[in-house]
Design a protein around this ligand. Structure first.
Ligand SMILES: NC(=O)c1ccc[n+]([C@@H]2O[C@H](COP(=O)([O-])OP(=O)(O)OC[C@H]3O[C@@H](n4cnc5c(N)ncnc54)[C@H](OP(=O)(O)O)[C@@H]3O)[C@@H](O)[C@H]2O)c1
Length: 264
């Protein structure tokens, strides 16, 4: 509150209810005493502005959005691992916008090795917020030459491993970090809105662990017409194992589609 008052802003929009026990409501009075206009949003309004904050304060968990870009027949890469580019320019620009709304973008060690991604927001003229890159690793040494190291990533592992730059978060788990423990640890360093960009092994493990809350799937006007790499590693053995999701939006982006869904 002190920082807000000192900044000289004239008007503050604030949520009426905050699940954080440290919030007592005295801040509103202090702002008004300092002559700042305060608009108070009702609880639904405040939640709509920052749902990840509320989810974290209520459950201790971050919001995890799974991003997938796949062919119309459901491959995220061809059999040889090539995946650039499955979707067209408009869908890719939209995916960069999605990144810009996130605290962090997460990939597994496999995607780091095969794609050498930079996980940043690349849009013409954009110089705003960049999400923190996160790598979820195993016990193996990670390759040192990848471009992501220049962005000081967070590496989550279940054991001490050497990394060329960034911060290592060691969390419980077996050979790999327990997904829930990884999420709690990332929230613990202030990363509440997480974009999980795969690859299939990590997406499958995190989905089955129940930590993925919502998803954005780009479906390309492109057909592999054969068995490429599936969006989720692991087995889909019987229909009863499928999870119900609610589709919350479908829109066209050039020749591709964007489908938004929430896990029930
Ligand atoms: N189109 C898309 O949306 C998209 C997005 C991303 C990737 N891809 C494609 O996916 C392919 C890479 O697939 P991938 O499955 O190898 O990548 P991945 O899921 O990114 O990485 C798998 C690796 O992550 C580590 N890991 C961390 N937590 C794990 C856990 N709980 N369980 C198992 N492993 C865990 C393991 O590393 P260790 O082996 O070191 O133990 C594992 O081998 C590439 O062809 C890439 O182009 C496509």
């Amino acid at each position: 509150v002190g920082v807000v008052i000192e900044s000289g802003v004239a008007r503050v929009v604030i949520g009426a209810t905050d699940p954080d026990p440290r919030v007592s409501g005295r801040g509103i009075a202090a702002l008004q005493d300092a002559g700042i206009e305060v608009d108070v949003l009702d609880s639904a309004g405040a939640r709509a502005v920052d749902p990840a904050y509320f989810r974290h304060r209520e459950t201790g968990l971050p919001t995890v959005t799974l991003k997938t870009a796949m062919t119309l027949d459901g491959s995220v890469a061809a059999g040889d691992g090539t995946s650039r580019w499955i979707t067209g320019e408009q869908a890719r620009a939209d995916a960069h916008l999605l990144r810009s709304q996130m605290d962090a973008v997460i990939v597994g060690a496999g995607t780091l090795r095969s794609d050498d991604p930079s996980l940043d927001v690349r849009l013409d003229g954009y110089d705003g917020h960049q999400p923190r890159p996160v790598i979820v690793a195993g016990e193996e040494q990670l390759p040192g030459g990848q471009q992501l190291w220049s962005r000081h990533p967070v590496v989550v592992a279940s054991t001490e491993i050497g990394i060329p730059s960034g911060d290592l978060l060691v969390v419980e788990g077996g050979r790999h970090p327990d997904p829930r423990a990884a999420c709690v640890a990332l929230a613990g360093i202030g990363l509440l809105d997480l974009l999980l960009e795969g690859g299939p092994t990590l997406a499958g493990e995190w989905w089955r662990a129940g930590v993925v809350t919502r998803g954005v799937t780009y479906i390309a006007g492109l057909l592999g017409a054969g068995s490429g790499i599936q969006p989720f590693g692991g087995d889909f053995a019987t229909l009863a194992d499928a999870n119900v999701v609610t589709i919350t939006g479908v829109r066209s982006l050039g020749a591709d589609l964007r489908v938004d869904y929430e896990r029930d």
